[in-house]
Design a binder for this molecule. Structure first.
Ligand code: AMP
Length: 148
């Protein structure tokens, strides 16, 4: 079995998030490796939305506020989970794409996700989870989240 050096924990602040944080902490201690907590904010308008499209200042302030709020939430989450040492990264864009991109660019060798997040428990795996499992450049651990 290979050692892990860099674990990415994908945090969406749903009920699943604590189970993911706890698993990432446990694994980082077992492998003496680093952890990055990642949250993706996917409410932003895509760049190049239209050639003549100029975002209004109000829209830009809201986006910045959203990103800032997520940074604060990630900080609170890290403290609550005992993951203060972990790097915290807020990404702008679709979670499934941004998480894969980040993993590729930062030599992540294990991604920890929840089997489900905010999008319901109707299937064995949520859509973000499925997409990450399909496209990841490394191992993926899907922490099983059960309905209470
Ligand atoms: P889903 O497939 O959307 O139900 O979510 C499954 C898992 O994907 C969640 O438990 C998280 O680990 C991860 N995930 C979903 N959305 C996000 C997000 N916005 N930022 C970071 N991770 C996410």
């Amino acid at each position: 079995m290979s050692d892990y050096n860099h674990i990415l924990a994908a945090v969406d602040f749903s009920a699943a998030a604590e189970a993911i944080g706890a698993r990432a902490l446990d694994l980082s201690q077992r492998y003496a490796c680093r952890v990055t907590l990642v949250h993706a904010v996917d409410y932003l308008l895509p760049l190049g939305y239209a050639d003549d499209f100029t975002p209004s200042p109000v829209m830009m302030i809201d986006e910045n506020e959203l990103l800032e709020q997520s940074r604060r939430s990630l900080q609170t989450f890290a403290e609550k989970m005992g993951l203060e040492e972990a790097r915290q990264q807020v990404l702008a864009g679709a979670p499934r794409q941004e998480i894969i991109r980040y993993a590729r660019e930062h030599d992540v060798d294990l991604i920890v996700i929840g089997s489900h997040g905010r999008h319901g428990l109707d299937r064995l795996l949520g859509s973000t989870a499925r997409s990450i499992l399909n496209d990841a450049p490394c191992d993926v651990l899907a922490v099983r989240i059960r309905e209470e």
